[in-house]
Structure formats: structure tokens, C-alpha cells
Ligand binder design. Structure first.
Ligand code: BGC
Length: 367
């Protein structure tokens, strides 16, 4: 079964590569002379992929897709997780540089803690691509490939409001609580800011009330994206502020934390609130189909990995990789040229359509 899934995933990457090569209507331009990529490099060069901890299914999926996709493209992949934390990831990146990698694709645990390694990468003439999470406070990141994270947050905020109207529309004022991701992941604040761009005006005009008054990012973060941390905080919030009041909705930044929040609500024997999510994890998609979790976000990992490999191929050929955004993602030092993919909001209403071609999720949507 596993082998079949892997083969299907590899095929998906290869066909996505083919598609992005001839379907975009745009072609890569030769790099300006003097830039790191002008000369190109050997077809079988080492491409290092540094992944963070396995905090959600998307990262696990990315590992296999990178291994298969990079091999299919002719490269020598070196793909590693850093389950032990930041120091392990720093060491892994140093080892990839030692191995002679020509491209580093980095999904950072903490995008601000890799400065020394990225300096070394730059000195070695390596092109650095930030994958999914931006690398912050460094000059030494060349490209960013990700789903538009701010847009993810906006979609989550909109889904929360839509869900409250759809499921709890007998009232027009609702109590909600907010959860954010891990503060060391640069995405967490961007998701939160995107959601708050939609929710803050509704808190300010009294449509939404946060009884705990925990509305700043720092107050609502979840260290390490760990389910138990979100669940513990929700337990405390529920017992402190919702003994007699009803909690109508929870902004959750991803599916793992959504399920943790719902577990907390169930343990407190409270009615089910509207809960948002992200990542289209199997358990959450089942929950959405069963009418429990309200929404998730579909970010097709096949596409994100394929886009990263397309960038590596352009560099190999001495071309400048295509980007589609040169203004949105400032890392504190510079705006990083980005290739952003569009995230898709999923509720019970559109799950069957969105996942129609997904081998794992599609069948879950059939009654
Ligand atoms: C990713 C999310 C994921 C989270 C925890 C974020 O950086 O963009 O998709 O849920 O990390 O793994």
C-alpha cells in the first residue's frame, strides 16, 4: 500500500514538473552574469533539503516527495528532519554544505536561528530556497516558495465568521477564542495577522467577544505547535471563562491544534464550537465530513515540492528561477523573491470537489 502511495506521489511530482515546464506560459530567463546561478552546475548535484519537526502530516509527505522528485529530476537528494530541534537542524545544514550541495531547500524550525549556516552556504556559492517558512533576518536567502501564508490566515478568519453564521446564526454576537502557532515558526505570526485582519474589526464592533481577553499573538501562541500545549491552554480558558457562557468559535491555525481544541471542549462537556484548521489532515477531513470541525485549508504539498524542484532545475541550468511575487515577504532585512501558491479553504460544502483528485482524501468525502 505504502509503495503504491509513494509511486503515485512520485508520479504526481514528475507530472507537476512537466506541467510547470510547459503550462505556465512563462519561461525562465538566463541569469544575469555574476549571479550565483549564472554558471549552472552538474545535473546530479546534491540538493539538500532540511525539514523541521514532524509537527503535521504535510512535512512527512514532503520528505517522500522530495526524495522521489529530486531523484526523478536527476539530482542527488539529501533530505533530513530535525526532530531534535534547532541545533540538530544547524548541524544537518552544515553537513549538507560539506557534502557540496548546490542548492539548499530549508523548512526551518526557527527561521531566525540559521544565520551562521546560511553565511557559510553563501560563501560556498550555494543558492538557498526557504521552503514553506521564511528564513528571517538574513541576506542569505535567495528565494521563498510557499503557499501565501497571510492569505491562509485571511481565509481562516473568514471561515470562522461564515461558520458562526451558518451553525449559530440564531444569534448575531458570538464568543470566540484565538489560538496561534509556534512563535519560533515565522509563519505563525503571519497566519495570525491574516486572520486578525478579518476578525479584529468584528471584535472592535462587538460582533465577537473574547472573554479571556487573550487577543495578542504572544498571549495565544502554542509552543512547538504541540497539541498538548494548545489543549492545556484551552482547558484553562474554558474553566476560567466559560463556566456559564457558551464558547461559539475557536480560531485554530492548523488541524492538529483544531483537534486538540475540540478535545478540550469535549472534556469540558461543552457544545461544539465552530473550529477552523489548516493542512487537510486525514482525521480533520473525516471530522469535517462528519460535521464537527468546520474548516481546513488545502495546501497541496505535491505542488509545493514540485515548484521547489522546478527552481532547483532552473538553477542547475544556470537560469534565474521564476518568481511571482517580489513585494510581500520581507524577512526583516530584505524582500525575498517568492513563488506563492494559492491556499484553498475547505468546508463540508466543497470538500468533495477540492479533494476529487486526491488519492487519500477524495474517498473520505464519499458518503
Ligand atoms: C506550516 C503549516 C503547519 C505548521 C505546523 C507551518 O509552518 O505552514 O502547514 O501546520 O507549520 O507543522
Amino acid at each position: 500500500m505504502r509503495k503504491i502511495a509513494k509511486a503515485v506521489a512520485a508520479l504526481a511530482v514528475v507530472s507537476a514538473l512537466a506541467l510547470s515546464g510547459c503550462g505556465s506560459g512563462r519561461t525562465e530567463t538566463p541569469a544575469a552574469s555574476g549571479s550565483a546561478s549564472a554558471a549552472g552546475f552538474a545535473k546530479d548535484a546534491v540538493v539538500g533539503v532540511a525539514l523541521p519537526q514532524k509537527t503535521s502530516e504535510n512535512w512527512v509527505l514532503a520528505e517522500g516527495l522530495f526524495n522521489d522528485g529530486l531523484k526523478a529530476a536527476g539530482f542527488t537528494p539529501s533530505v533530513q528532519f530535525a526532530n531534535g530541534g534547532v541545533t540538530e537542524q544547524q548541524n544537518q545544514i552544515s553537513a549538507m554544505i560539506e557534502k557540496g550541495a548546490k542548492v539548499l531547500i530549508v523548512g526551518a524550525i526557527d527561521g531566525g536561528q540559521l544565520g551562521t549556516q546560511l553565511d557559510a552556504a553563501k560563501k560556498a556559492g550555494i543558492t538557498v530556497i526557504a521552503y514553506d517558512r521564511l528564513l528571517t533576518n538574513t541576506q542569505n536567502v535567495d528565494y521563498y516558495v510557499a503557499f501565501d501564508n497571510f492569505k491562509v490566515g485571511v481565509l481562516q478568519g473568514q471561515a470562522l465568521l461564515q461558520g458562526l453564521q451558518a451553525r449559530k446564526g440564531t444569534k448575531q454576537k458570538w464568543n470566540v477564542e484565538l489560538i496561534a502557532g509556534s512563535p519560533d515558526d515565522s509563519n505563525a505570526k503571519v497566519f495570525f495577522d491574516g486572520a486578525m485582519s478579518v476578525l479584529k474589526p468584528k471584535i472592535d464592533d462587538g460582533t465577537l467577544t473574547v472573554l479571556s481577553k487573550q487577543t495578542s499573538f504572544e498571549q495565544v501562541v502554542t509552543q512547538g505547535w504541540k497539541a498538548e500545549n494548545a489543549q492545556k491552554r484551552m482547558d484553562t480558558v474554558l474553566s476560567g471563562f466559560y463556566q456559564s457562557a457558551e464558547l461559539d468559535g475557536i480560531l485554530s491555525p492548523n488541524d492538529t491544534l483544531a483537534r486538540a481544541a475540540m478535545a478540550s471542549v469535549a472534556a469540558a462537556s461543552k457544545p461544539l464550537p465552530v473550529v477552523t484548521g489548516q493542512d487537510s489532515e486525514v482525521e480533520s477531513v473525516k471530522s469535517i465530513i462528519a460535521g464537527k470541525q468546520y474548516s481546513t485549508i488545502f495546501k497541496d504539498t505535491n505542488k509545493l515540492v514540485a515548484q521547489s524542484i522546478v527552481m532547483a532545475q532552473a538553477l542547475q541550468q544556470g537560469k534565474t528561477p521564476e518568481v511571482n511575487d517580489t513585494k510581500s515577504y520581507n524577512n526583516g532585512v530584505k524582500v525575498v523573491p517568492s513563488y506563492l501558491l494559492p491556499p484553498v479553504i475547505v468546508t463540508k460544502d466543497n470538500a468533495a470537489t477540492v479533494y476529487a483528485n486526491d488519492k487519500t482524501l477524495g474517498p473520505l468525502t464519499k458518503a
